[in-house]
Design a protein around this ligand. Structure first.
Ligand code: SF4
Length: 146
């Protein structure tokens, strides 16, 4: 049987095995995700809760199967987004967040606890990232052969 890819913790709701990972709170300048403590699938009713947003991923974090080669952040082995998040962003929590996907999370499998300490500040669609967040999210041009 084919091995399932790990879960991406900053996914889109239409991706395979998508579920709601958390809800974006905090402030626009300092967002902070609250992780759900029970599994919630992506349904029309759930997406309707984000009706006031431009996109559901503005206000919710979704987890879904890592798209691996289809994702610009994956280099064939690693998620470079997770690497940059750990290298560039500050920790925003002192204890491991109680998230439901840790046993399958690609960021955790790859980067360990430092990824979790930074994870709650990530908003999948962030229209006003600060400089560090923009650097962490951006795919370096050299990585795509430009
Ligand atoms: S808190 Fe850690 S295990 Fe949970 S989604 Fe974020 S990086 Fe993955």
């Amino acid at each position: 049987m084919e091995k399932l890819a790990p879960m991406c913790p900053s996914a889109q709701p239409e991706m395979p095995d998508a579920r709601v990972l958390g809800v974006v709170g905090g402030t626009a300048a300092a967002p902070l995700v609250s992780y759900l403590n029970e599994p919630v699938g992506v349904t029309e009713e759930v997406l309707a809760l984000a009706a006031g947003a431009r996109h559901p991923a503005d206000v919710m974090r979704f987890a879904a199967r890592c798209q691996e080669a289809k994702c610009c952040h994956f280099d064939g082995t690693n998620c470079n987004l997770a690497t940059r998040i750990v290298q560039i962003l500050p920790a925003v929590v002192e204890a491991l967040p109680a998230c439901l996907i840790r046993s399958e999370c690609r960021w955790y499998q790859q980067e360990g606890r430092p990824a979790c300490m930074r994870c709650p500040q990530v908003v999948t669609r962030n229209y006003a990232p600060d400089e560090d967040m923009a650097r962490a999210a951006r795919v370096p041009l050299a990585a795509v052969g430009v």
